[in-house]
Design a protein around this ligand. Structure first.
Ligand SMILES: [Zn+2]
Ligand SMILES: [Zn+2]
Length: 237
C-alpha cells in the first residue's frame, strides 16, 4: 500500500496531492485547491511569481491585431531582463544551474521566473532576501518551488508547436532567450566548470606528490554530492 501511494504521488491518480502544484509549482486553483499543495521546506529551485512582464501583452491595440512592440524589440527587452536577473542571482546568492521564464497567460503562471540553484542553501537565502524586495513597482513574491525537473513541468505539445490551449495552458510554456544570450550565460559556465575541474586536478596532483593519496579527493567529492542529491530527491516522496 505504501508503495502504491508512493508510485502515484503527485500524479493525476493521486486524490490527495495536487499534481499541478507538484509538477509545475503552481496550480490555477491556488490556495482554494481541493488537493494538497505540499510546499517544500528545502529545494534547489525558487519561483518568483508574476515578475516578468511581456511588453507585447500590454501594448496590444483594442482589436488585438496590432502591437506597438515588434518581435525584435520584445526579444531584446526579454533578453535584457533575463540576463539581469540571472546575473543578480549568481552575484548575490550562488551558482545558477538553470533559469526559466513562463510565457503562459493564466494568472497563476504569467511571468513566473524559476531559478534552480546548484545549492539548496542559496535558494533558501534568495527566497528570504527577495521577499523584501521590489521589482517594477511591485513587491516581489518568492517561494521555494517543488519543480526540479523542468521537462516534467513543460507542455510537450507546445514544444512541438502543437498546443491548442495557447497561453492559458496549465503546463509551462517556456519563453526562449536568444541563441547569443544562451551561449553567453550557459557557454561561459561550461568553460568555468572545465577550468575548475582542471584546477582540482592540478591541486590533487600536488597533494599526490606529498602523500600519495591525492587524485581521489575530487572524484569522491562528486560522488558524495550526487549521493546526497539522490537522497534529497527520494526524501521528497
Ligand atoms: Zn492544486
Ligand atoms: Zn501547452
Amino acid at each position: 500500500m505504501a508503495e502504491y501511494l508512493a508510485s502515484i504521488f503527485g500524479t493525476e491518480k493521486d486524490k490527495v496531492n495536487c499534481s499541478f502544484y507538484f509538477k509545475i509549482g503552481a496550480c490555477r486553483h491556488g490556495d482554494r485547491c481541493s488537493r494538497l499543495h505540499n510546499k517544500p521546506t528545502f529545494s534547489q529551485t525558487i519561483a518568483l511569481l508574476n515578475i516578468y512582464r511581456n511588453p507585447q501583452n500590454s501594448a496590444q491595440s483594442a482589436d488585438g491585431l496590432h502591437c506597438a512592440v515588434s518581435d525584435v524589440e520584445m526579444q531584446e527587452h526579454y533578453d535584457q531582463f533575463f540576463e539581469e536577473v540571472f546575473a543578480e542571482m549568481e552575484e548575490k546568492y550562488g551558482e545558477v544551474e538553470e533559469m526559466n521564464v513562463c510565457d503562459n497567460l493564466g494568472d497563476h503562471l504569467v511571468g513566473n521566473v524559476y531559478v534552480k540553484f546548484r545549492r539548496e542553501e542559496d535558494a533558501e537565502k534568495a527566497v528570504m532576501d527577495l521577499n523584501n524586495r521590489w521589482f517594477n513597482a511591485q513587491a516581489v513574491h518568492a517561494e521555494l518551488s517543488p519543480v526540479t525537473d523542468f521537462r516534467e513541468a513543460c507542455c510537450r505539445q507546445y514544444e512541438m508547436g502543437e498546443c491548442t490551449r495557447g497561453g492559458f495552458c496549465n503546463f509551462m510554456h517556456l519563453k526562449p532567450i536568444s541563441r547569443e544570450l544562451r551561449r553567453e550565460l550557459y557557454g561561459r559556465r561550461r568553460k568555468r566548470h572545465r577550468s575548475r575541474s582542471r584546477e582540482r586536478r592540478s591541486r590533487s596532483k600536488e597533494r599526490g606528490r606529498g602523500g600519495g593519496v591525492g587524485g581521489g579527493v575530487g572524484r569522491d567529492g562528486g560522488r558524495e554530492r550526487r549521493r546526497s542529491r539522490d537522497r534529497e530527491r527520494s526524501g521528497r516522496f
